[in-house]
Design a binder for this molecule. Structure first.
Ligand SMILES: Nc1ncnc2c1ncn2[C@@H]1O[C@H](COP(=O)(O)OP(=O)(O)OP(=O)(O)O)[C@@H](O)[C@H]1O
Length: 568
């Protein structure tokens, strides 16, 4: 994912930076010993200018390295987010259920950010610091081997404390990520469920739930940062101790003429570079497990095997052909992990010009059946065929292009009404959109809006009533010009009159289409060519309204329960 050419440039700039960082004290030592000590001004000026030139190169390289590491890590972050979003969009409902929406969001945002933040540091310091330590140690040991023993004392002490801190801090950072998930989940639920929370006066309870998760997250973060905060003072303490030791022993060597003053200055600087290098390297090493956790979490999503895949050699489905047929042949379906079948032995067929209605109590399996037509889940046995082709043998794209779907919850996207209506057919003209709205009984209310088709739709369609949302979602399905129309309980929020008008307006529109209307109300299904009665996932009856009314017990019960409702 990293660009090798840019990483190679980064490496070159970092080498220049390290060389310049360590060349400066080396030249200083030369100036002190050969210029200052002998009063040679020319020497001082000449080497002073060389020092400035080296410092300039070091400065320019440092800036270039920061630029390259930042842009590289940003590019990796952007790529990961793009891949995650693409992958999640292709997830089946099963995979989305398995992960849960809040963790999918945390992983796409905060885990990727975590990777980016560590990467920007790691790209520089993982290359620069080992180099810095190596060169500084070589220079220190070759220039003044007598003082090298100082490192043999200080470095083990530094490493000892760093290991202790890392061992404490790593598990804490791991748990912070899990706690972020939890915090996001509660926050999300609070936002989406705000109306329910208010209606049940549960603000206090939700606040407590959030506070508790927030406190837990904050405490873990604080604990982790307390441990991390030891690193700075530890470093100050150890560099000071090193300087004191170097000056103490160095002064003694200088006084007996065994060491030059310049070497003392250079050695102090090398030692600082070595200790600083070790500390920075340790900090990065601390961060790497955090990045690893984030990478694992991100790759769990990216590596998830999509359960529903297109076959290698798909058959061609003529989405705009004259005729269309849909057949369920003894279909059994079970939700992943469920014990019981959600649909059992479902068998029916319909073709263009026909309208099938599916009725049944809550949880009977109506929406499940609609989802199977779209192949949102794969069936366990039997087959679903469109135009004689098993839907597993055509691409999901071709299949879904055949179907205009109005979902049960009438979800709309933020944008304009026009954008929402054109969601399934970008080519649709305004005239076609208005026509779809006419049929969906939504033209009146849209034309009364000051901006008509350009009116804003808030997230989820929050600025429209349930009935208006349903009409827009029906119009969206009609605007696709698909051959099969599925209305999943899409008329439930409409009053009886609008429901009847809509079905009437649909008649001429659907002469060459196959229509499936899922409903709970008898009045919505009476005029269907065929009614399927679903009961606990099984087909309890199949026939016209009159036939079922005369002979089907479940249907009779539904009629009876709704008659009672009308009496009230
Ligand atoms: N994602 C899911 N995972 C597991 N079980 C599910 C899932 N969705 C639905 N079910 C189960 O499948 C059964 C059928 O649900 P379905 O949503 O199809 O019913 P329905 O007839 O459309 O009901 P309603 O009219 O209330 O929407 C129910 O028992 C439900 O609990």
């Amino acid at each position: 994912m990293l660009n090798p050419k840019r990483v190679a440039w980064l490496f070159i700039f970092l080498v220049i930076q390290v060389v310049s960082m360590l060349a400066i004290p080396t030249i200083s030592a030369e100036i002190i010993d050969n210029g200052v000590a002998t009063g040679d001004i020319d020497y001082i000026i000449k080497y002073g200018l060389i020092m400035i030139a080296i410092a300039f190169f070091g400065f320019a390289s440092a800036i270039s390295a920061v630029y390259l590491s930042s842009t590289e890590s940003q590019a990796v972050g952007a790529k990961l987010r793009e891949q995650l979003f693409d992958q999640i969009l292709n997830f089946t409902n099963e995979e989305i259920d398995q992960f849960g929406t809040s963790t999918l969001m945390t992983r796409t945002t905060s885990d990727v950010l975590q990777i980016q933040q560590v990467l920007v540091m790691a790209l520089r310091f993982l290359i620069m610091d080992p180099l810095r330590i190596l060169v500084a140690a070589t220079l220190a040991f070759t220039r003044e081997p007598k003082l090298a023993f100082v490192f043999l004392i200080i470095v083990p002490i530094l490493l000892f404390f760093i290991v202790i801190i890392l061992r404490k801090v790593n598990p804490l950072f791991r748990s912070i990520q899990i706690k972020t998930d939890r915090l996001n989940r509660i926050f999300r639920e609070g936002l989406t469920g705000i109306r329910v929370i208010r209606a049940f006066n549960r603000e206090e309870y939700e606040e407590e739930r959030f506070d508790e998760a927030n406190e837990d997250y904050a405490q873990t973060s604080i604990a982790a940062h307390i441990y991390m905060s030891f690193l700075d003072p530890l470093m100050i303490l150890l560099t000071s101790a090193t300087s004191i030791m170097i000056i103490w022993f160095g002064a003694q060597y200088i006084s007996v003429g065994e060491m030059a003053v310049g070497n003392l200055v250079a050695f102090t600087s090398y030692s600082f570079n070595i200790l600083m290098g070790i500390m920075m390297l340790s900090m990065i090493i601390t961060m790497i497990p955090r990045m690893q956790v984030a990478i694992e979490r991100v790759y769990q999503i990216l590596d998830a095997q999509n359960q529903i895949v297109d076959t290698d050699r798909p058959a061609t489905l003529d989405a705009y052909g004259k005729e269309v047929s849909l057949a369920f042949n003894h279909v059994d379906f079970r939700y992943p992990g469920a014990e019981k079948l959600a649909l059992k032995d479902i068998d029916f067929s319909l073709k263009d010009g026909e309208k099938i209605a599916i009725i049944g109590g809550t949880g009977a399996g109506k929406s499940t059946l609609a989802n199977l037509i779209l192949r949102l889940y794969d069936i366990e046995s039997g087959s679903i065929k469109i135009n004689g082709l098993d839907i597993k043998h055509v691409t999901q794209h071709d299949l879904r292009e055949m179907i205009g779907f109005a979902t049960q919850n009438a979800l709309l996207f933020s944008g304009t009404i026009r954008e929402n209506l054109k969601y399934g057919n970008e080519e649709a003209t305004d005239e076609e959109l208005w026509h779809a709205l006419e049929v969906a009984q939504g033209a009146d209310f849209v034309s009364n809006l000051s901006d008509g088709l350009d009116s804003r739709v808030e997230q989820g369609g929050a600025n429209f009533s349930g009935g208006q949302r349903q009409r827009l979602s029906i119009a969206r399905a009609l605007a696709t010009d698909a051959k099969i129309l599925v209305f999943d309980d899409s008329f439930s929020a409409l009053d009886f009159r609008t429901d009847a008008q809509l079905r009437k307006a649909l008649e001429p529109e659907t002469e060459d289409k196959a229509v499936i209307i899922i409903a709970q109300r008898i009045s919505t299904v009476v005029d269907a060519d065929q009614i399927l009665v679903l009961d606990k996932g099984e087909l309890a009856g199949k026939g016209t309204h009159e036939e079922l009314k005369a002979s089907n017990e479940v249907y009779q019960e539904i009629i009876e329960s709704q008659m009672k409702g009308e009496d009230i």
